[in-house]
Design a binder for this molecule. Structure first.
Ligand SMILES: Cc1ncc(COP(=O)(O)O)c(C=O)c1O
Length: 404
């Protein structure tokens, strides 16, 4: 008789977005005349840039001719894309990452969920609280997180690093020593960042205690301030303790096109064993490459036109972020984020819980956001708004919130 992976049974239901959907559907059924504005989504809405579309068309045509047809992609990804990544994301920032240290993938969600494969089950993970849920759930699926307590909404074997107003929405070095540290900056959901000196402290700490940092930089393109690191490899010693995850989803609108990459420096070793080799083995066995046409589209993001056009898209979203930030301030809310990230994190007024505020905003302003408690216990009392909507709707939503 076969057995299932019982770790899956320990997982709490993915309640957050289904609950939001259910509440919004019920409300709009009861009030069909009301126009609901959705500022809860973490998905982009602007179309792909013209340079990307052009590259896609060209690559599709190539696939239709025997001479230019492409089958399986090389295991690490096409060199033309990895070269563009190295030049633009690393060399231009003075960071020496080699082409063969880049693993092209279908996105940061799969990479962040799969990276745990190369680590022993007995490693203890540390995560920010609130957190992008994939880090915790994927570790729970492999049995690394102990048991879930629905009262505290915590796993017994996970080190939670609260990121609240008191900590400036940044994690503090944990008291208990972790083996694997997940960091995400600019952060989803809080929209916070840390400067280079702060990130260097994490790198130094990881080197001291012998931990590895999984650094998710999916929102790197939204950084607008000078002192914020674009890659963890700007920090000294990071190549000996960090893995970086990147995505084309938020910098170029590839959420439905799918492309990302992971950087594992060759000098990252655990007791003399190269993590690069382990991931290469895993990648080659369980992944068969991102499509040629999508990798060509990714290459186009780094063309002069592609850079200009995607920058414009980000500026569009960040203008929305400014409208939200300033609108909330005018309405008397305490809000952070939205400067180096497309997320604005606000404190719910009058001690409302995150879900009470969700209902209040839906019913009184017809605006949908995301309850902070859905990202972890320290998210209770907070609420996430995103700048991925249209400018017109963002302005309208803020006008409604100011009238409350
Ligand atoms: C922090 C973070 N990492 C990764 C992802 C997923 O990226 P991708 O679309 O490349 O899978 C998201 C998506 O919302 C995210 O917020």
């Amino acid at each position: 008789m076969y057995k299932i992976n019982e770790n899956y049974l320990k997982l709490p239901g993915s309640y957050l977005f289904s609950m939001i959907g259910k509440k919004v559907n019920e409300y709009s059924k009861a009030h069909p005349e009301q126009e609901i504005i959705r500022l809860g989504i973490g998905d982009v809405t602007q179309p792909l840039a013209p340079a990307v579309i052009e590259a896609l068309h060209k690559a599709v045509d190539e696939m239709g001719k025997a001479e230019t047809f492409h089958g399986y992609a090389p295991e690490l990804g096409y060199e033309f894309l990895r070269q563009a990544i190295v030049e633009n994301d690393y060399k231009k920032r003075g960071v020496d990452i080699k082409v063969d240290e880049i693993f092209v993938s279908d996105g940061a969600k799969s990479d962040s969920g799969n990276i745990g494969d190369i680590f022993d089950i007995d490693n203890k993970i540390a995560v920010c609280d609130p957190v992008y849920p994939v880090y915790v759930d994927s570790n729970a699926m492999s049995g690394r997180t102990g048991n879930y307590d629905s009262k505290t909404e915590k796993w017994s074997e996970v080190i939670y690093m609260p990121c609240t107003e008191e900590t400036g929405f940044a994690p503090e070095l944990p008291k208990e020593e972790p083996d694997i540290i997940y960091l995400c900056f600019p952060n989803n959901p809080t929209g916070s960042t840390i400067n280079k000196t702060e990130l260097q402290k994490w790198v130094d700490y990881a080197l001291k205690v012998g931990a590895v940092i999984i650094y998710d930089a999916a929102y790197e393109a939204y950084i607008s301030e000078e002192d914020i690191p674009h890659t963890i490899f700007e920090c000294e010693g990071a190549k000996a303790c960090a893995i970086e995850l990147r995505s084309f989803s938020k910098n170029a609108g590839f959420t439905g096109t799918r492309l990302g990459f992971t950087v594992i420096p060759k000098e990252l070793k655990c007791n003399g064993v190269s993590l690069h080799s382990l991931w290469a083995r895993r990648h080659g066995t369980k992944f068969n490459g991102a499509p040629y046409i999508v990798q060509r589209a990714g290459e186009a993001v780094y063309s002069e036109e592609g850079k200009r056009q995607t920058k414009e898209q980000i500026a569009y979203y960040m203008n929305n972020a400014k409208v939200i930030r300033e609108g909330l301030k005018k309405a008397g809310y305490s809000a952070s984020g939205g400067i180096n990230a497309p997320y604005i994190w606000l404190k719910t007024p009058n001690n409302m819980t995150s879900w009470q505020f969700f209902d209040y905003l839906l019913e009184n302003a017809n605006v949908v956001g995301t309850p902070g408690s859905g990202f972890g216990p320290s998210g209770e009392g907070y609420f996430r708004l995103t700048s991925f909507g249209s400018y017109e709707n963002t302005v309208k939503a803020m006008e409604r919130i100011q009238k409350l």
